[in-house]
Design a protein around this ligand. Structure first.
Ligand code: ADP
Ligand code: ADP
Length: 230
């Protein structure tokens, strides 16, 4: 099954002049695949992720995520897509500072109308999965960077999304915690999640099945990686 399908996608920003952040990009992500996106700063990686995450719409071409055309979807449809089909992990974690770890993780379920007890139970389970069962009632400021990133991953998984998107998930954590974050992605892959991860680190990208190289808004090469035993 195809989870994400981009056909000839162009995204232009008008800022004084016109910047083509993406130009003619086509890309398909199959269910259960693990893909890394690499490229220099300003090459269009975040733009690509934002389109697939339905945070933004293409200027030209088609972006289809979980059967929904992002370009023609209404704002409400895109919000539903973000809420139920896509889990987003940001480099800067984006946790709400006044909510505990468990409440941050449970938050996406509030919009799904899941009852409070059920939300909390699910959030505790997810936090246990990322090794944070002893930190559920801590505020983000009481957690290390790596712990915060693991809370963010747990939150991205709360609504059981088909697709997990991560923008430099190891960018703000030390090497050890970065390794831990990548181990979690390996687990998600093993469980059949579809993963797309943006990184500028080769060793991070090599954990995926293939690397999509972007440059100046174009997809210049797709590199298939040999399978490695965990
Ligand atoms: P990357 O993630 O690879 O660093 P981006 O996708 O953030 O690249 O940016 C690609 C290009 O598009 C850059 O030239 C950037 O300045 C421009 N760009 C990205 N987002 C915007 C925006 N919201 N408004 C104007 N220009 C943007
Ligand atoms: P990174 O590539 O490390 O994620 P960037 O600085 O390239 O970070 O972009 C961060 C966010 O800011 C992106 O999602 C992009 O949409 C936005 N952005 C990037 N460049 C510009 C710009 N020139 N003007 C407005 N927004 C931008």
């Amino acid at each position: 099954t195809t989870v994400v399908d981009l056909t000839d996608v162009t995204k232009a920003y008008e800022l004084g002049g016109v910047v083509e952040a993406l130009a003619g990009v086509s890309l398909t992500l199959l269910e259960g695949s693990y893909t890394a996106v690499m490229g220099p700063s300003g090459s269009g990686k975040s733009t690509l992720l934002n389109l697939i995450g339905a945070l933004d719409t293409p200027t030209e071409g088609r972006v289809v995520v979980a059967g929904q055309d992002v370009g023609t979807a209404t704002e409400a449809e895109r919000a539903r897509l973000r809420g139920t089909e896509v889990g987003f992990v940001f480099q800067t974690f984006n946790l709400l500072p006044r909510l505990t770890a468990v409440d941050n993780v449970a938050l996406p379920l509030v919009f799904d109308g899941v009852p409070r007890d059920e939300r909390t139970a699910r959030a505790r389970e997810l936090l246990a999965d990322v090794g944070l069962d002893d930190r559920t009632d801590h505020l983000p400021t009481e957690l290390s960077g790596g712990q915060r990133q693991r809370v963010a991953i747990a939150r991205a998984l709360a609504a059981d999304p088909a697709l997990v998107l991560a923008d430099e998930p190891t960018g703000n954590v030390d090497t050890d915690t970065g390794g831990r974050v990548l181990d979690i992605f390996d687990d998600l892959h093993a469980r059949g999640n579809t993963l797309l991860l943006v990184t500028h680190e080769r060793h991070v990208a090599e954990r995926a099945e293939r690397i999509v190289h972007v440059k100046d808004g174009e997809l210049v090469r797709v590199e298939e990686l040999p399978e490695v035993d965990a």
